[in-house]
Write a protein that binds this ligand. Structure first.
Ligand code: SAM
Length: 354
């Protein structure tokens, strides 16, 4: 096992995003490479872990998109960061009710963590699903990309503006192997990039997912070349948000970011308007960003609940209701989570199925 000082190699410090990349994804040391963080026994619970109905609704959305694309004989559905595979299992199960779509769709999983990939391969055992190391290998379309809590897991850079000058957040290690944050005056290159985005231009604290944008560049390229779109659901904000959103979670509780390094998850809130501008710059169209609550209700989650209730006893009904409430209640995940849909300019399908 690598010790934290090994991550720094011979350097004494590194920018925040390089640090996050290492503590989350380093092959020996990274949080996501070492453990299965999902569920009650893990560190956090995501929507696909809460209820199968989340995956059912994503499947309904996928089926409607496929219909709007005039029922292509082949379509690639690519899940970005599939975690423990819960969503993929729900989709496979639900698609059995739509045999024509089931026949047409190839499900491709794109996962960076070798440990999670092993878990996925153990749980998902069908020819329908393939794993891919590089998005460049996708040759056929149309393509539909999907990611739940994928964007928040991408490392960010952080900057602070003081008297009009930009300073970038770094992490340093001292002789006792303790890590600390500090700010260093920014070099010219990132400053030029940041000025391109209205969503952060006037912020005092600026968060910028440089790694994520590089990754999404390939997603955008495939959508432009092969037709289709990308749907991302995540916690984040639309209105201007001028503070540090980095957070760490361990065993379902907030954790100091520099404590339990590589034993706790570290994420940031997604700046949805920034992603919208990014997708627009890449020549894609972005629909209105909506809340998870609105999205799941438009797809019919309550109607599905009512149908299922006919077969459930009272305890089961209240259990299922509790889970749906967690997904759609405005004070729970309903409003904190937002949905963004970027698509090929020729595509007339909309986020709310019109
Ligand atoms: C917070 S988890 C969400 C998992 C799952 N989507 C869910 O909702 O339960 C983030 C996932 O994205 C994966 N991931 C993060 N960065 C990635 C990247 N650059 N490429 C592929 N997978 C990545 C992680 O390993 C993990 O599976």
């Amino acid at each position: 096992m690598k010790k934290i000082n090994k991550l720094f190699l011979k350097k004494k410090s590194m920018p925040l995003d390089s640090f996050l990349d290492k503590v989350l994804y380093d092959r020996d040391f990274g949080y996501y490479q070492k453990k299965n963080p999902f569920g009650e026994k893990g560190d956090f619970i995501t929507a696909p872990n809460i209820s199968n109905l989340f995956g059912e609704m994503i499947t309904i959305w996928l089926v409607s998109f496929w219909e709007k694309l005039r029922k292509p004989k082949k379509i690639n559905f690519i899940e970005m960061g599939p975690g423990n595979g819960d969503l993929c299992l729900s989709i496979l199960q639900t698609l059995k009710n739509f045999p024509q779509v089931y026949k047409s769709v190839n499900i491709i999983l794109y996962e960076r963590s070798e440990t999670l990939k092993k878990i996925q391969k153990k749980r998902i055992n069908t020819q329908k699903v393939k794993w891919i190391k590089n998005l460049k290998l996708i040759k056929d379309g149309p393509v539909i990309f999907f990611g739940n809590e994928f964007l928040d897991a991408l490392p960010i850079k952080q900057f602070k503006k003081v008297n009009g000058k930009l300073f970038e957040k770094y992490v340093e290690i001292n002789k006792k192997n303790n890590v600390n944050f500090f700010f260093r005056k920014s070099i010219k290159k990132p400053i030029a990039k940041l000025k391109n985005f209205e969503a952060i231009k006037n912020n005092i604290i600026i968060e910028y997912p440089e790694h994520g944008f590089k990754e999404l560049n390939e997603v955008c390229k495939k959508i432009r070349q092969l037709n289709g779109g990308a749907l991302f659901i995540d916690y984040g904000y639309i209105k201007e948000h001028n503070f540090d959103t980095l957070q760490s979670v361990k065993k379902h509780k907030f954790n100091d970011i520099l404590q339990n390094v590589s034993e706790a998850d570290i994420t940031s809130l997604v700046n949805f308007n920034l992603y919208k501008e990014y997708f627009n710059m890449k020549n894609l169209c972005v629909d209105k960003i909506i809340s998870q609550s609105e999205f799941l209700q438009k797809l019919g989650i309550m109607e599905r609940y009512k149908i299922l209730c006919n077969k459930l006893d009272n305890n089961e009904k209240s259990n299922l209701y509790g889970r749906i409430r967690r997904l759609i209640h405005p004070k729970m995940m309903g409003e904190n989570f937002k949905v963004i849909f970027a698509k090929n300019k020729k595509c007339s399908f909309t986020i709310d199925l019109n």
